[in-house]
Design a protein around this ligand. Structure first.
Ligand code: PMT
Length: 406
Protein backbone atom coordinates (compact mmCIF):
# COMPACT_ATOMS: atom_id res chain seq x y z
CA UNK A 1 0.00 0.00 0.00
CA UNK A 2 2.76 2.44 0.86
CA UNK A 3 5.46 1.20 -1.48
CA UNK A 4 7.06 3.99 -3.47
CA UNK A 5 6.02 6.57 -0.87
CA UNK A 6 8.62 8.61 0.95
CA UNK A 7 7.49 9.57 4.43
CA UNK A 8 9.44 11.96 6.60
CA UNK A 9 8.59 10.99 10.17
CA UNK A 10 9.14 13.82 12.65
CA UNK A 11 9.51 12.67 16.25
CA UNK A 12 9.29 15.27 19.00
CA UNK A 13 9.98 15.12 22.71
CA UNK A 14 7.17 13.55 24.67
CA UNK A 15 6.75 10.18 26.35
CA UNK A 16 4.73 9.01 23.32
CA UNK A 17 8.02 9.12 21.38
CA UNK A 18 8.42 5.46 22.35
CA UNK A 19 5.42 4.71 20.08
CA UNK A 20 7.35 6.22 17.17
CA UNK A 21 9.42 3.03 17.03
CA UNK A 22 6.36 0.91 16.37
CA UNK A 23 4.98 3.50 13.93
CA UNK A 24 8.27 3.65 12.03
CA UNK A 25 8.43 -0.13 11.86
CA UNK A 26 4.83 -0.50 10.62
CA UNK A 27 5.25 2.17 7.94
CA UNK A 28 8.45 0.52 6.75
CA UNK A 29 6.81 -2.93 6.70
CA UNK A 30 4.03 -1.47 4.51
CA UNK A 31 6.70 -0.52 1.98
CA UNK A 32 7.23 3.18 2.77
CA UNK A 33 10.70 4.71 2.60
CA UNK A 34 10.78 6.32 6.05
CA UNK A 35 13.25 9.09 6.96
CA UNK A 36 13.20 10.08 10.60
CA UNK A 37 13.96 13.54 11.92
CA UNK A 38 14.12 13.82 15.71
CA UNK A 39 14.18 16.89 17.91
CA UNK A 40 16.80 17.00 20.65
CA UNK A 41 14.04 16.48 23.25
CA UNK A 42 12.85 13.36 21.44
CA UNK A 43 16.34 11.89 21.94
CA UNK A 44 15.69 12.00 25.70
CA UNK A 45 12.98 9.38 25.18
CA UNK A 46 14.20 7.18 22.31
CA UNK A 47 17.51 6.70 20.54
CA UNK A 48 18.49 7.54 16.98
CA UNK A 49 19.85 4.03 16.66
CA UNK A 50 16.41 2.49 17.32
CA UNK A 51 14.77 4.54 14.58
CA UNK A 52 17.69 4.11 12.20
CA UNK A 53 17.55 0.31 12.64
CA UNK A 54 13.79 0.25 12.02
CA UNK A 55 13.74 2.67 9.07
CA UNK A 56 17.01 1.46 7.53
CA UNK A 57 17.80 5.10 6.86
CA UNK A 58 20.04 7.61 8.59
CA UNK A 59 18.24 9.61 11.26
CA UNK A 60 18.64 13.41 11.35
CA UNK A 61 18.39 15.71 14.32
CA UNK A 62 20.98 18.45 13.77
CA UNK A 63 20.41 20.95 10.94
CA UNK A 64 24.16 21.48 10.61
CA UNK A 65 25.17 17.83 10.57
CA UNK A 66 25.60 17.78 6.77
CA UNK A 67 26.79 14.26 5.96
CA UNK A 68 26.60 14.55 2.17
CA UNK A 69 28.36 17.70 0.90
CA UNK A 70 26.49 17.57 -2.41
CA UNK A 71 23.09 18.30 -0.80
CA UNK A 72 21.50 20.39 1.92
CA UNK A 73 19.90 17.67 4.04
CA UNK A 74 16.77 19.46 5.21
CA UNK A 75 15.99 20.64 1.66
CA UNK A 76 16.61 17.19 0.22
CA UNK A 77 14.25 15.61 2.76
CA UNK A 78 11.67 18.38 2.33
CA UNK A 79 11.68 17.84 -1.46
CA UNK A 80 11.70 14.03 -1.34
CA UNK A 81 8.70 13.70 1.00
CA UNK A 82 5.31 12.52 -0.26
CA UNK A 83 4.11 13.14 3.27
CA UNK A 84 5.56 14.64 6.44
CA UNK A 85 4.11 12.97 9.51
CA UNK A 86 4.82 14.39 12.98
CA UNK A 87 4.13 11.75 15.62
CA UNK A 88 4.18 12.50 18.43
CA UNK A 89 3.76 16.25 18.05
CA UNK A 90 4.31 18.25 21.23
CA UNK A 91 2.55 21.54 22.02
CA UNK A 92 5.90 23.23 21.42
CA UNK A 93 6.29 21.82 17.90
CA UNK A 94 2.66 22.64 17.04
CA UNK A 95 3.30 26.21 18.23
CA UNK A 96 6.46 26.49 16.14
CA UNK A 97 4.67 25.21 13.07
CA UNK A 98 1.75 27.60 13.54
CA UNK A 99 4.07 30.58 13.80
CA UNK A 100 6.62 29.61 11.17
CA UNK A 101 9.60 29.15 13.48
CA UNK A 102 12.58 27.19 12.19
CA UNK A 103 15.18 26.64 14.90
CA UNK A 104 15.96 22.94 14.47
CA UNK A 105 16.17 20.30 11.75
CA UNK A 106 12.49 19.29 11.94
CA UNK A 107 10.93 22.76 12.02
CA UNK A 108 13.29 23.90 9.25
CA UNK A 109 12.31 20.93 7.07
CA UNK A 110 8.64 21.67 7.75
CA UNK A 111 9.01 25.22 6.48
CA UNK A 112 10.84 24.03 3.39
CA UNK A 113 8.50 21.24 2.34
CA UNK A 114 5.70 21.46 -0.20
CA UNK A 115 4.46 18.00 0.83
CA UNK A 116 1.23 17.50 2.78
CA UNK A 117 1.68 17.43 6.54
CA UNK A 118 -0.05 15.23 9.12
CA UNK A 119 0.22 15.83 12.85
CA UNK A 120 -0.54 13.44 15.71
CA UNK A 121 -0.54 15.53 18.90
CA UNK A 122 0.40 14.01 22.28
CA UNK A 123 0.47 15.94 25.52
CA UNK A 124 -1.09 16.47 28.93
CA UNK A 125 -4.88 16.97 28.90
CA UNK A 126 -4.64 20.56 30.19
CA UNK A 127 -1.96 21.45 27.68
CA UNK A 128 -4.11 20.00 24.92
CA UNK A 129 -7.10 22.06 26.03
CA UNK A 130 -5.09 25.28 26.47
CA UNK A 131 -6.49 28.04 24.26
CA UNK A 132 -3.04 28.72 22.79
CA UNK A 133 -2.60 25.10 21.69
CA UNK A 134 -6.17 24.94 20.36
CA UNK A 135 -5.63 28.17 18.44
CA UNK A 136 -2.33 26.90 17.00
CA UNK A 137 -4.01 23.68 15.84
CA UNK A 138 -6.81 25.71 14.25
CA UNK A 139 -4.24 27.80 12.37
CA UNK A 140 -2.57 24.64 11.09
CA UNK A 141 -5.86 23.05 10.05
CA UNK A 142 -6.81 26.18 8.15
CA UNK A 143 -3.49 25.87 6.34
CA UNK A 144 -4.41 22.34 5.29
CA UNK A 145 -2.42 20.40 7.90
CA UNK A 146 -4.21 17.11 8.67
CA UNK A 147 -4.70 16.46 12.38
CA UNK A 148 -4.90 12.97 13.85
CA UNK A 149 -6.84 13.63 17.02
CA UNK A 150 -5.39 12.21 20.23
CA UNK A 151 -7.38 9.63 22.12
CA UNK A 152 -8.73 9.81 25.67
CA UNK A 153 -7.47 7.72 28.55
CA UNK A 154 -4.87 7.49 31.25
CA UNK A 155 -1.96 9.75 30.34
CA UNK A 156 1.66 9.18 31.36
CA UNK A 157 1.44 12.29 33.58
CA UNK A 158 -1.24 10.55 35.68
CA UNK A 159 -4.22 12.54 34.41
CA UNK A 160 -7.12 10.88 32.62
CA UNK A 161 -8.34 12.76 29.54
CA UNK A 162 -7.60 13.71 25.97
CA UNK A 163 -3.99 13.90 24.91
CA UNK A 164 -2.83 10.35 24.32
CA UNK A 165 -1.25 9.94 20.90
CA UNK A 166 -3.34 7.80 18.58
CA UNK A 167 -2.06 4.21 18.40
CA UNK A 168 0.49 3.46 15.65
CA UNK A 169 -1.91 1.01 13.87
CA UNK A 170 -4.56 3.75 13.60
CA UNK A 171 -2.02 6.31 12.38
CA UNK A 172 -0.83 3.88 9.70
CA UNK A 173 -4.48 3.33 8.67
CA UNK A 174 -4.97 7.13 8.34
CA UNK A 175 -1.81 7.38 6.23
CA UNK A 176 -2.91 4.48 4.00
CA UNK A 177 -6.38 5.98 3.55
CA UNK A 178 -4.82 9.33 2.67
CA UNK A 179 -2.73 7.83 -0.15
CA UNK A 180 -5.60 5.61 -1.34
CA UNK A 181 -7.95 8.64 -1.52
CA UNK A 182 -5.32 10.65 -3.35
CA UNK A 183 -4.99 7.97 -5.98
CA UNK A 184 -8.74 8.04 -6.68
CA UNK A 185 -8.52 11.66 -7.80
CA UNK A 186 -8.03 12.15 -11.54
CA UNK A 187 -6.11 15.45 -11.40
CA UNK A 188 -6.90 16.88 -14.83
CA UNK A 189 -10.58 15.98 -15.02
CA UNK A 190 -11.85 19.51 -14.36
CA UNK A 191 -8.80 21.36 -15.68
CA UNK A 192 -9.76 24.75 -17.11
CA UNK A 193 -13.29 24.61 -15.65
CA UNK A 194 -14.81 27.20 -13.36
CA UNK A 195 -16.80 25.54 -10.58
CA UNK A 196 -19.13 27.25 -8.08
CA UNK A 197 -20.03 25.32 -4.93
CA UNK A 198 -22.54 26.42 -2.30
CA UNK A 199 -22.36 25.01 1.18
CA UNK A 200 -23.69 25.38 4.72
CA UNK A 201 -27.00 26.73 5.96
CA UNK A 202 -28.50 30.12 5.29
CA UNK A 203 -29.52 32.43 8.12
CA UNK A 204 -32.79 34.36 7.86
CA UNK A 205 -32.96 37.10 10.48
CA UNK A 206 -36.00 37.62 12.70
CA UNK A 207 -34.41 40.40 14.73
CA UNK A 208 -30.85 41.32 15.78
CA UNK A 209 -30.63 38.34 18.16
CA UNK A 210 -32.74 35.61 16.52
CA UNK A 211 -32.75 33.82 13.22
CA UNK A 212 -34.01 30.81 11.28
CA UNK A 213 -31.38 28.35 10.13
CA UNK A 214 -30.85 24.59 9.74
CA UNK A 215 -28.42 21.80 10.68
CA UNK A 216 -26.01 22.05 7.76
CA UNK A 217 -22.37 21.93 8.87
CA UNK A 218 -20.94 22.73 5.44
CA UNK A 219 -18.96 19.45 5.33
CA UNK A 220 -20.56 18.12 2.13
CA UNK A 221 -19.99 21.33 0.17
CA UNK A 222 -16.47 21.77 1.54
CA UNK A 223 -15.59 18.23 0.42
CA UNK A 224 -16.89 19.02 -3.07
CA UNK A 225 -14.92 22.27 -3.25
CA UNK A 226 -11.71 20.45 -2.21
CA UNK A 227 -12.25 17.62 -4.70
CA UNK A 228 -12.98 20.06 -7.54
CA UNK A 229 -9.75 21.88 -6.82
CA UNK A 230 -7.81 18.59 -6.72
CA UNK A 231 -9.26 17.84 -10.16
CA UNK A 232 -7.84 21.08 -11.53
CA UNK A 233 -10.86 23.42 -11.45
CA UNK A 234 -10.90 27.09 -10.46
CA UNK A 235 -13.26 26.86 -7.49
CA UNK A 236 -15.49 29.52 -5.91
CA UNK A 237 -17.07 28.51 -2.65
CA UNK A 238 -20.09 30.42 -1.38
CA UNK A 239 -21.02 29.35 2.10
CA UNK A 240 -23.62 30.18 4.69
CA UNK A 241 -23.38 29.25 8.35
CA UNK A 242 -20.95 26.34 8.86
CA UNK A 243 -19.33 24.46 11.75
CA UNK A 244 -15.76 24.93 10.57
CA UNK A 245 -13.72 27.31 8.47
CA UNK A 246 -13.77 26.66 4.70
CA UNK A 247 -10.89 24.63 3.27
CA UNK A 248 -7.67 26.58 2.95
CA UNK A 249 -6.56 27.87 -0.42
CA UNK A 250 -10.03 28.08 -1.99
CA UNK A 251 -11.66 31.39 -2.93
CA UNK A 252 -14.52 31.57 -0.46
CA UNK A 253 -17.27 34.06 0.27
CA UNK A 254 -19.35 33.96 3.44
CA UNK A 255 -23.01 34.92 3.09
CA UNK A 256 -26.03 34.92 5.40
CA UNK A 257 -29.42 34.76 3.76
CA UNK A 258 -30.79 32.92 0.72
CA UNK A 259 -30.90 36.25 -1.08
CA UNK A 260 -27.22 36.99 -0.23
CA UNK A 261 -26.32 33.54 -1.54
CA UNK A 262 -28.26 34.15 -4.75
CA UNK A 263 -26.45 37.48 -5.36
CA UNK A 264 -23.08 35.84 -4.70
CA UNK A 265 -23.81 32.97 -7.11
CA UNK A 266 -24.98 35.40 -9.82
CA UNK A 267 -21.57 37.15 -9.75
CA UNK A 268 -19.98 33.94 -11.07
CA UNK A 269 -22.85 32.51 -13.07
CA UNK A 270 -22.21 33.82 -16.59
CA UNK A 271 -18.75 32.33 -17.08
CA UNK A 272 -18.95 29.24 -14.89
CA UNK A 273 -19.05 25.69 -16.17
CA UNK A 274 -20.43 23.81 -13.19
CA UNK A 275 -22.57 24.78 -10.20
CA UNK A 276 -23.13 22.41 -7.28
CA UNK A 277 -25.75 23.49 -4.78
CA UNK A 278 -24.98 21.50 -1.65
CA UNK A 279 -26.12 24.36 0.61
CA UNK A 280 -29.21 23.99 2.73
CA UNK A 281 -31.13 27.10 1.75
CA UNK A 282 -34.13 28.33 3.71
CA UNK A 283 -37.38 28.01 1.77
CA UNK A 284 -39.02 30.77 3.82
CA UNK A 285 -37.82 33.86 5.63
CA UNK A 286 -39.55 36.23 8.06
CA UNK A 287 -41.74 38.68 6.11
CA UNK A 288 -40.12 41.45 8.12
CA UNK A 289 -36.84 41.66 10.03
CA UNK A 290 -37.20 43.76 13.15
CA UNK A 291 -34.33 46.22 13.68
CA UNK A 292 -34.70 45.90 17.45
CA UNK A 293 -35.15 42.86 19.71
CA UNK A 294 -38.78 41.71 19.63
CA UNK A 295 -40.20 41.86 23.15
CA UNK A 296 -42.04 38.99 24.78
CA UNK A 297 -45.78 39.55 25.06
CA UNK A 298 -48.73 37.17 25.32
CA UNK A 299 -48.70 33.35 25.26
CA UNK A 300 -48.62 32.99 21.51
CA UNK A 301 -46.69 34.68 18.79
CA UNK A 302 -47.14 34.35 15.05
CA UNK A 303 -44.27 34.86 12.67
CA UNK A 304 -45.25 35.62 9.07
CA UNK A 305 -42.95 33.91 6.59
CA UNK A 306 -42.55 34.55 2.89
CA UNK A 307 -40.88 32.41 0.26
CA UNK A 308 -37.19 32.96 -0.40
CA UNK A 309 -35.76 32.97 -3.88
CA UNK A 310 -35.20 29.40 -5.09
CA UNK A 311 -31.64 29.84 -6.30
CA UNK A 312 -31.39 26.48 -8.01
CA UNK A 313 -34.69 26.95 -9.81
CA UNK A 314 -33.63 30.39 -11.06
CA UNK A 315 -30.31 29.01 -12.30
CA UNK A 316 -32.14 26.14 -14.00
CA UNK A 317 -34.36 28.64 -15.85
CA UNK A 318 -31.41 30.69 -17.05
CA UNK A 319 -29.06 27.86 -17.88
CA UNK A 320 -27.11 28.15 -21.13
CA UNK A 321 -24.06 25.88 -21.14
CA UNK A 322 -23.66 25.49 -17.37
CA UNK A 323 -23.86 22.01 -15.85
CA UNK A 324 -26.14 22.17 -12.82
CA UNK A 325 -26.14 19.80 -9.85
CA UNK A 326 -28.71 20.10 -7.07
CA UNK A 327 -29.01 18.22 -3.82
CA UNK A 328 -32.27 16.92 -2.37
CA UNK A 329 -32.41 16.55 1.41
CA UNK A 330 -35.34 14.24 2.12
CA UNK A 331 -36.78 12.30 5.04
CA UNK A 332 -39.21 10.05 3.08
CA UNK A 333 -40.14 9.18 -0.51
CA UNK A 334 -36.60 10.19 -1.41
CA UNK A 335 -36.69 9.11 -5.04
CA UNK A 336 -40.05 10.74 -5.80
CA UNK A 337 -39.08 14.12 -4.35
CA UNK A 338 -35.57 14.05 -5.77
CA UNK A 339 -36.80 13.35 -9.30
CA UNK A 340 -39.40 16.09 -8.96
CA UNK A 341 -36.67 18.58 -7.96
CA UNK A 342 -34.45 17.45 -10.84
CA UNK A 343 -37.18 18.26 -13.38
CA UNK A 344 -38.68 21.33 -11.69
CA UNK A 345 -35.29 22.99 -11.17
CA UNK A 346 -33.91 21.84 -14.56
CA UNK A 347 -30.79 20.19 -13.09
CA UNK A 348 -28.44 17.92 -15.01
CA UNK A 349 -27.99 15.77 -11.92
CA UNK A 350 -29.66 15.63 -8.53
CA UNK A 351 -28.00 14.09 -5.50
CA UNK A 352 -30.57 12.67 -3.10
CA UNK A 353 -29.78 11.97 0.54
CA UNK A 354 -32.12 10.59 3.17
CA UNK A 355 -31.06 12.87 6.00
CA UNK A 356 -32.64 10.59 8.62
CA UNK A 357 -30.46 7.59 7.69
CA UNK A 358 -27.56 6.78 10.01
CA UNK A 359 -24.28 7.93 8.45
CA UNK A 360 -26.03 10.31 6.05
CA UNK A 361 -27.01 13.94 5.76
CA UNK A 362 -26.38 16.83 8.11
CA UNK A 363 -23.19 17.09 10.18
CA UNK A 364 -21.98 13.53 9.67
CA UNK A 365 -18.56 12.87 8.09
CA UNK A 366 -20.15 10.31 5.78
CA UNK A 367 -23.09 10.35 3.41
CA UNK A 368 -25.27 7.90 1.52
CA UNK A 369 -26.47 9.33 -1.78
CA UNK A 370 -28.28 8.38 -4.95
CA UNK A 371 -27.52 10.36 -8.09
CA UNK A 372 -30.30 10.79 -10.67
CA UNK A 373 -30.42 12.31 -14.13
CA UNK A 374 -33.43 12.80 -16.41
CA UNK A 375 -33.31 9.10 -17.40
CA UNK A 376 -33.35 7.80 -13.82
CA UNK A 377 -30.85 6.41 -11.33
CA UNK A 378 -27.23 7.03 -12.35
CA UNK A 379 -25.55 5.67 -9.24
CA UNK A 380 -26.44 4.49 -5.76
CA UNK A 381 -23.43 5.11 -3.51
CA UNK A 382 -22.99 3.09 -0.31
CA UNK A 383 -22.02 4.84 2.91
CA UNK A 384 -18.84 6.72 2.05
CA UNK A 385 -16.88 9.60 3.49
CA UNK A 386 -18.09 12.96 2.19
CA UNK A 387 -14.66 13.32 0.50
CA UNK A 388 -15.26 10.08 -1.42
CA UNK A 389 -18.83 11.08 -2.34
CA UNK A 390 -17.47 14.40 -3.63
CA UNK A 391 -14.83 12.75 -5.81
CA UNK A 392 -17.23 10.23 -7.27
CA UNK A 393 -19.89 12.86 -7.93
CA UNK A 394 -17.43 15.17 -9.69
CA UNK A 395 -16.10 12.28 -11.76
CA UNK A 396 -19.65 11.53 -12.96
CA UNK A 397 -20.23 15.21 -13.73
CA UNK A 398 -16.87 15.69 -15.47
CA UNK A 399 -17.39 12.66 -17.72
CA UNK A 400 -20.71 14.11 -18.82
CA UNK A 401 -19.36 17.64 -19.25
CA UNK A 402 -16.46 16.30 -21.30
CA UNK A 403 -18.86 14.33 -23.49
CA UNK A 404 -17.66 10.89 -22.40
CA UNK A 405 -21.19 9.97 -21.19
CA UNK A 406 -24.48 11.35 -22.50
O1 PMT B 1 -23.62 20.50 5.31
P1 PMT B 1 -23.63 19.08 5.83
O2 PMT B 1 -23.80 19.03 7.34
O3 PMT B 1 -22.46 18.30 5.33
O4 PMT B 1 -24.94 18.35 5.25
C1 PMT B 1 -25.07 18.08 3.89
C2 PMT B 1 -26.49 18.37 3.37
C3 PMT B 1 -27.48 17.44 4.03
C4 PMT B 1 -26.87 19.84 3.67
C5 PMT B 1 -26.45 18.15 1.81
O5 PMT B 1 -26.10 16.82 1.55
C6 PMT B 1 -27.78 18.48 1.16
O6 PMT B 1 -28.67 17.66 1.06
N1 PMT B 1 -27.94 19.75 0.68
C7 PMT B 1 -29.22 20.28 0.18
C8 PMT B 1 -30.08 20.77 1.30
C9 PMT B 1 -31.41 21.33 0.80
O7 PMT B 1 -31.64 22.51 0.94
O8 PMT B 1 -32.18 20.47 0.16
P2 PMT B 1 -33.62 20.83 -0.45
O9 PMT B 1 -34.13 19.51 -0.87
O10 PMT B 1 -34.40 21.64 0.52
O11 PMT B 1 -33.31 21.74 -1.71
C10 PMT B 1 -33.10 21.19 -3.02
C11 PMT B 1 -32.01 21.97 -3.75
O12 PMT B 1 -32.49 23.30 -4.00
C12 PMT B 1 -30.71 22.11 -3.02
O13 PMT B 1 -29.67 21.98 -3.96
C13 PMT B 1 -30.76 23.52 -2.44
O14 PMT B 1 -29.45 24.09 -2.34
C14 PMT B 1 -31.58 24.25 -3.49
N2 PMT B 1 -32.36 25.38 -2.96
C15 PMT B 1 -33.35 25.18 -2.04
C16 PMT B 1 -34.11 26.25 -1.60
C17 PMT B 1 -33.83 27.52 -2.10
N3 PMT B 1 -34.52 28.59 -1.69
N4 PMT B 1 -32.83 27.70 -2.98
C18 PMT B 1 -32.10 26.65 -3.44
O15 PMT B 1 -31.21 26.82 -4.25
Amino acid sequence: MLSGKTIVLGVTGGIAAYKAASLCSKLTQKGADVHVIMTSSAKQFITELTLQSLSKNAVFSDTFDERDPSVVSHIRLADAADLVLIAPATANMIGKMAHGLADDMLSTTLLATMAPVMVAPAMNVHMYGHPAVQENMRILEQRGVMMIEPGEGLLACGYVGKGRMEEPESIVAVVERYFADKEQVKPGLLQGKKVVVTSGGTIERIDPVRYITNDSSGKMGFAIAKAAREMGAAVYLIHGHTDTAPPAGIDAEAVQSADDMYQAVLKHWQDCDLVIKAAAVADYRPAETSSSKIKKKGDMMTLDLVKTVDILEQLGKNKTNQFLIGFAAETHDVEVYAKDKLVRKNCDLIVANDVTAEGAGFRSDTNIVQVYDAKGLVEQMPVMSKDEVARRLLTIAAERMNGAVN
